[in-house]
Structures are given as structure tokens and as C-alpha cells.
Design a protein around this ligand. Structure first.
Ligand code: GDP
Length: 333
């Protein structure tokens, strides 16, 4: 089974005016391009840019607007485009005049809602690296207010929009995507619960379940996320992937040489340990714990195997009522 039981991967549609930053976001998040390189991305005239990246847990499609879009044009199968997507991410360039972007946002959100009222609508207020803290907040307040006023004017005040401040120059774009993707994962409470159990029984402080290719975390335990820990874990994934693509055995599948046995350990000079284990072909677990508690590595590894089995079951048994067996997880001695 090439999809490994993931027949309902989260599908995300990325929309926005030309030059708002969509291709850059795609390249940085899903193709490891460095932010500076996006300056040289060529503009294409293609309207729909597919990115069915099978090595990623998240499926992703970009949509550009060539001036006016005619909703009656039979070239576009809107039923299919909106019907099959879980979230519509609308990118607004915060460094530019956003009147036109707000008009398009209203147009597309209402159109999409009529076809599929279950879509989650997410607005990325993008390129905020160019703004100071005050103007960031002011910009978010203004865009938020005007977007919901516009919806109310067109009698769609019941549509819910979520807003995120993003930039490809820091981790905010990954953090925003993580939140978007998490809303689309019906198994999220079960995953969180498993991570909590794993942490408690292994004396782990924080753990993230990552989509390795995109570095989006699809779940974490219920303690608050601090950006620094998240960034550390992202960096660790980069190191592991880079090393295994240089020294690992090359295989047909990407990412090369990242397999069931993959694990990695990084000790920081503040007495903290980062521990990574592969969960399945898309997902990896990255944990942060105190070095002293890593003495019980045997228990942690045993608990991880239970955790991995349980994750597998969560995805396989999605539609069944059985809950995964988690009571076999051991405790530190
Ligand atoms: P698209 O037409 O929506 O796909 O837009 P592009 O991805 O081609 O981006 C247009 C320009 O915006 C490029 O020069 C990018 O380098 C730049 N850009 C994209 N994201 C950001 C960001 O977060 N901050 C800044 N400062 N520039 C960005």
C-alpha cells in the first residue's frame, strides 16, 4: 500500500494575488529552498500549479489569479477544486496595498463556501518580516476588520476566517502551516493523547510529530509550544535529512535513506537532549528531554515502539470505534 493507510491526506489550496508569495511559500516549506533564493523564482503564467509531492503527508496545490476569473468559465471545475480541499489558504502581501487582495479574498471565500461549507478558511498576512511589531499588529487588525466587514456586507458573516502573520524568513510560515494542517486531522485528539502518555512515561519534556518533508508538526503534546524548541527540532530534522542524503544508502524513495531504523540523538550544552525516531514513511517523532532522564533510554525506546504501533492503529482504525492499545507503555524505573 503506497499510501500506508493515509487515504485522506490533508489537502490544502493556496491562493492569492500574483507576487503575494505563494510559490516562495511552496518552495521553502515543501522543497527546502532557502528564502533568499526565492528572489529569483520565475513568474509563470500557469494558473494552477499542482504539487502532488508523494513523500509528504500534506497535499498541496497553488492557484494564481490572472486578473479577472470568470466563475462561469467551464475550464475550471470549481466543484472539484473546492469540493476536494480541506483548507483554503489565502495569501495577502502585507508590504503592498491590499485592497485588491481583500476583494479577491471575499470573492473566493464566498464562492468556495457555497460549494463546500466545510472548508477551513485561513488568511496568511504574509511578508511581515518587513514590518515592525506595532505595524504588524496594526496590519493584522485592519485586514481582519475589513475582511469580516466585507463578509457581513455580502451576508456571509457566519463564515469563519483565521488569521496568521507569516514570513518565509523565519519559522512563522511553518508554525502557521502546522496550525492549518492540525485542523484537518480528525485523529488529532488521539495523537495528542498518545504523545502525552509517551511523555509522562518516558520523562520527556516536549514532543512533536513531524511531517519530515515539510517540517510541519502535525501534532504535539498538550504543553504549550515555545518557538525556540520548535526551531531546534526543525533544525534537527534538517541535519538528519542532510546527513542521510550524503552518507545514507540512496533509495528510489525520497527522502533518501530515511527509514524505519532512522534515529538520531543530539546533546546540547545545557543538559538537554534531542531525540528523533522515524514513525513511518512520512512522520518522525522529535522529543526534548533532560540528559539525566535519557539514562532510561531502554524504556524510552520500548515506549516509542508502543507509541509507533498505536499511531499506526490510529490511522488504520480511523473509522472504527476501537481505541488503540496504549496501556502497555512502561514507566521509568
Ligand atoms: P507568487 O506569484 O504568489 O507565487 O509569488 P512569488 O512566490 O513569486 O513571490 C514574489 C516575491 O515575494 C519574491 O521576490 C519573493 O522573494 C518575495 N517573498 C515571498 N515571501 C516573502 C516573505 O515572507 N518576505 C519577503 N520579504 N519577501 C517574500
Amino acid at each position: 500500500d503506497p499510501e500506508n493507510g493515509f487515504d485522506h491526506k490533508p489537502r490544502i489550496l493556496l491562493m492569492g494575488l500574483r507576487r503575494s508569495g505563494k510559490s516562495s511559500i511552496q518552495k521553502v516549506v515543501f522543497h527546502k529552498m532557502s528564502p533568499n533564493e526565492t528572489l529569483f523564482l520565475e513568474s509563470t503564467n500557469k494558473i494552477i500549479k499542482d504539487d502532488i509531492n508523494n513523500s509528504s503527508f500534506v497535499q498541496f496545490q497553488i492557484w494564481d489569479f490572472p486578473g479577472q476569473i470568470d466563475f462561469f468559465d467551464s475550464c475550471y471545475d470549481f466543484e472539484m477544486i473546492f469540493g476536494g480541499c480541506g483548507a483554503l489558504v489565502f495569501v495577502i502581501d502585507a508590504q503592498d496595498d491590499y485592497n485588491e487582495a481583500l476583494n479577491k479574498l471575499n470573492l473566493f471565500v464566498t464562492k468556495a463556501y457555497k460549494i463546500n461549507p466545510n472548508i477551513k478558511f485561513e488568511v496568511f498576512i504574509h511578508k511581515v518580516d518587513g514590518l515592525g511589531d506595532d505595524s504588524k499588529m496594526e496590519c493584522q487588525r485592519d485586514i481582519h476588520q475589513r475582511a469580516i466587514d466585507d463578509l457581513a456586507d455580502s451576508s456571509f458573516e457566519h463564515i469563519h476566517l483565521s488569521f496568521h502573520l507569516t514570513s518565509i524568513y523565519d519559522h512563522s510560515i511553518f508554525e502557521a502551516f502546522s496550525k492549518v494542517v492540525q485542523k484537518l486531522i480528525t485523529q488529532l485528539p488521539a495523537l495528542e493523547n498518545l504523545l502525552n502518555i509517551l511523555n509522562t512515561n518516558s520523562a520527556i519534556e516536549k514532543s512533536f510529530l513531524f511531517d519530515v518533508v515539510s517540517k510541519i508538526y502535525i501534532a504535539t503534546d498538550s504543553t504549550p509550544v515555545d518557538m525556540q524548541s520548535y526551531e531546534l527540532c526543525c533544525d534537527m530534522i534538517d541535519v538528519v535529512i542532510d546527513l542521510s542524503s550524503i552518507y545514507g544508502v540512496k533509495e528510489e524513495q525520497e527522502p533518501a535513506a530515511f527509514d524505519k531504523e532512522s534515529s538520531s540523538l543530539i546533546k546540547l550544552n545545557n543538559g538537554t537532549v534531542l531525540y528523533l525516531r522515524e514513525v513511518n514513511q512520512f512522520l518522525a517523532l522529535v522529543c526534548i528531554l533532560r540528559e539525566d532522564n535519557f539514562d532510561h533510554k531502554g524504556i524510552i525506546d520500548y515506549n516509542f515502539l508502543c507509541f509507533r504501533n498505536a499511531i499506526q492503529q490510529v490511522f488504520e482504525l480511523r473509522n472504527k470505534t476501537q481505541s488503540p492499545l496504549t496501556n502497555s507503555i512502561g514507566s521509568p524505573v
